[in-house]
Write a protein that binds this ligand. Structure first.
Ligand code: AMP
Length: 181
C-alpha cells in the first residue's frame, strides 16, 4: 500500500459540531477506523519512531484508546494494558483521581498489569486538556513503569494537553492537529 498522507488522515476524521454539547467540535475517528487504508497507515505512522525498539506494553485509555492501542500493540509485538473507568476491571486494581470539567473521576488498571522498569507506550485517540493522559502517565509511573511516549491521532493544541504532558517529561506523538477548538 502507498503511504497515507497527513491530509488523508485529517480528511478521514469526521467533525461533529455541538456534540456532546453546544460549543464542542467532536472529532469522530470512527470514519478513520472504517477506512482500511487510512487506519493501517495511521497505525504505521504512530509506531514508526519505535520500530525495532523495545516496547514491553501498550496502555490504551478507555474506550477509543483500546481500538488504537490494540492495533499498536500488535504492530510492535507488545502486550496490551487497558486503563479503564472506575469499577470495570475484575481483579485487584490501582487507581488515580483526575479532574473532569465538573468534579473528579478515577481511572484504574490492574495492579499486576505492568512491572517496574517496563517501557510503555500510552495510546488514546485524542488529547484535549491532557487531564486524562496526564493521570494515566502518573498511574503507570506509580507502578514503576517508564512511559516512553504518549501517542494520539489528534491533538487540539489550543487546549494545552500536549504541553502539559511534555512538562511531565513525557514525549508526545500526534498525527494531526486541529487548531481553534
Ligand atoms: P482531555 O482529558 O481533556 O485531554 O480529553 C481527552 C479525552 O476526551 C479523550 O479520551 C478523547 O477521546 C475525549 N475528547 C475530548 N475532547 C474531544 C473532542 N473534541 N472530540 C473527540 N473526543 C474528545
Amino acid at each position: 500500500m502507498d503511504t497515507v498522507t497527513t491530509a488523508e488522515i485529517r480528511a478521514a476524521i469526521r467533525a461533529i459540531p455541538d456534540y456532546p454539547k453546544p460549543g464542542i467540535m467532536f472529532r469522530d475517528i470512527t470514519t478513520l477506523l472504517g477506512n482500511a487504508r487510512v487506519f493501517r497507515g495511521a497505525i504505521e505512522q504512530l509506531v514508526a519512531p519505535w520500530a525495532g525498539e523495545r516496547i514491553d506494553r501498550v496502555a490504551g485509555i478507555e474506550a477509543r484508546g483500546f481500538i488504537l492501542g490494540g492495533a499498536v500493540a500488535h504492530q510492535l509485538t507488545a502486550g496490551f494494558v487497558p486503563v479503564r473507568k472506575k469499577g470495570k476491571l475484575p481483579h485487584q486494581t490501582v487507581s488515580i483521581a483526575y479532574s473532569l470539567e465538573y468534579g473528579i473521576d478515577h481511572m484504574e488498571m490492574h495492579r499486576d498489569a505492568v512491572q517496574p522498569g517496563e517501557r510503555i507506550l500510552l495510546v488514546d485517540d485524542l488529547i484535549a486538556t491532557g487531564g486524562t493522559a496526564c493521570a494515566a502517565v502518573q498511574l503507570l509511573r506509580q507502578q514503576g513503569a517508564e512511559v516512553v511516549a504518549a501517542c494520539f491521532i489528534v491533538d487540539l493544541p489550543d487546549l494545552g494537553g500536549s504541553g502539559r504532558l511534555e512538562r511531565l517529561g513525557t514525549a508526545v506523538r500526534k498525527l494531526v492537529t486541529f487548531a481553534g477548538d
